[in-house]
Design a protein around this ligand. Structure first.
Ligand SMILES: C[S@@+](CC[C@H](N)C(=O)[O-])C[C@H]1O[C@@H](n2cnc3c(N)ncnc32)[C@H](O)[C@@H]1O
Length: 208
C-alpha cells in the first residue's frame, strides 16, 4: 500500500471528520464553478467535497509525496509544492474565490503568514475555512505527542489556538468569522486519545 493510501485509510480509522465539518459550515457560501485553493491539501480529503459540489480545486503542500496522492485522484487543476510558512504564495492578489486549510494549522505555531496570504489572495466576500487545534485562553498552547499517541518512533508538536487568538489574527488580515464549531479528533486507531479542534469559516472584508 502506498503512503498516501495508508494516510487515507488512517483518516477513516481514526474518525477524522475535519473535511466534513468544514464543508458543512462552508457550503452555503460557495457556488459551482468557484475557484478554491486548498492549503496543505495532502491527499485532497479537505477539498474533495468541494470538487463534488462543482468547485475548481487548486492545491499547495510542502510534501511532494502528499501532492502525488492528490494528483493520482485527478480532480485538482493546479498543484504547487510550497511551504505555507514562506510567503508569498504563488497566486495573485484577489484572484481566488475561496481558500481552505484543513488539519494543517495544528502543525504551525504562528498562523500569521497563512492568514495574511489568505486575506491577500481572496476576492472580496471570499471564504477562508480552516481547522485549528483548540484551547481555552488559560490552557497550554502546545503539546508533544509521543510514541503512545503517534504509534511510531517520531514525536510531533501540536499547537493549539484559542478562539480569541484566532479572531484577533483574522481581524488583522481583513477576515471576519461567520461560522465556527468545536469538534473532536483522535490520535489513535482505538479513538481513546482525544484532541479538541475547532473549525472556522471567515469571510474576506470588502476592500475600500
Ligand atoms: C494532516 S495532513 C491534512 C491533509 C488534508 N488537508 C486533509 O484534510 O486530510 C497535513 C498536511 O499539511 C501539510 N503541511 C504541514 N505543514 C506544512 C507547511 N508548513 N507547508 C505546507 N504544507 C504543510 C503536510 O504535508 C500534510 O499534507
Amino acid at each position: 500500500m502506498s503512503y498516501t493510501d495508508y494516510y487515507d485509510e488512517q483518516a477513516e480509522v481514526t474518525g477524522w471528520l475535519g473535511p466534513e465539518v468544514v464543508f458543512g459550515l462552508a457550503y452555503k457560501y460557495v457556488r459551482p464553478g468557484d475557484t478554491l485553493l486548498d492549503l496543505g491539501i495532502g491527499t485532497g480529503l479537505g477539498s474533495l467535497p468541494f470538487h463534488m459540489a462543482g468547485l475548481r480545486v487548486l492545491g499547495m503542500d510542502a510534501s511532494e509525496v502528499m501532492l502525488e496522492g492528490t494528483r493520482l485522484k485527478g480532480f485538482a487543476e493546479d498543484l504547487q509544492q510550497h511551504d505555507l510558512t514562506s510567503p508569498p504564495y504563488p497566486y495573485a492578489d484577489g484572484s481566488l474565490d475561496h481558500v481552505i486549510c484543513v488539519g494543517v494549522l495544528n502543525f504551525i505555531k504562528d498562523h500569521t503568514p497563512v492568514f495574511h496570504e489568505a486575506g491577500r489572495m481572496l476576492c472580496d466576500g471570499g471564504l477562508f475555512a480552516f481547522t485549528v487545534g483548540d484551547r481555552n485562553a488559560d490552557e497550554p498552547d502546545e503539546l508533544t505527542a509521543g510514541r503512545e499517541h503517534t504509534g511510531t518512533d517520531e514525536s510531533v508538536t501540536i499547537y493549539m489556538h484559542s478562539p480569541e487568538q484566532v479572531r484577533r489574527l483574522l481581524a488583522d488580515h481583513a477576515l471576519t468569522v461567520a461560522r465556527e464549531l468545536e469538534f473532536v479528533t483522535y490520535m489513535d486507531d482505538e479513538r481513546t486519545k482525544r484532541l479538541r479542534a475547532r473549525a472556522y469559516v471567515a469571510l474576506r472584508d470588502p476592500r475600500s
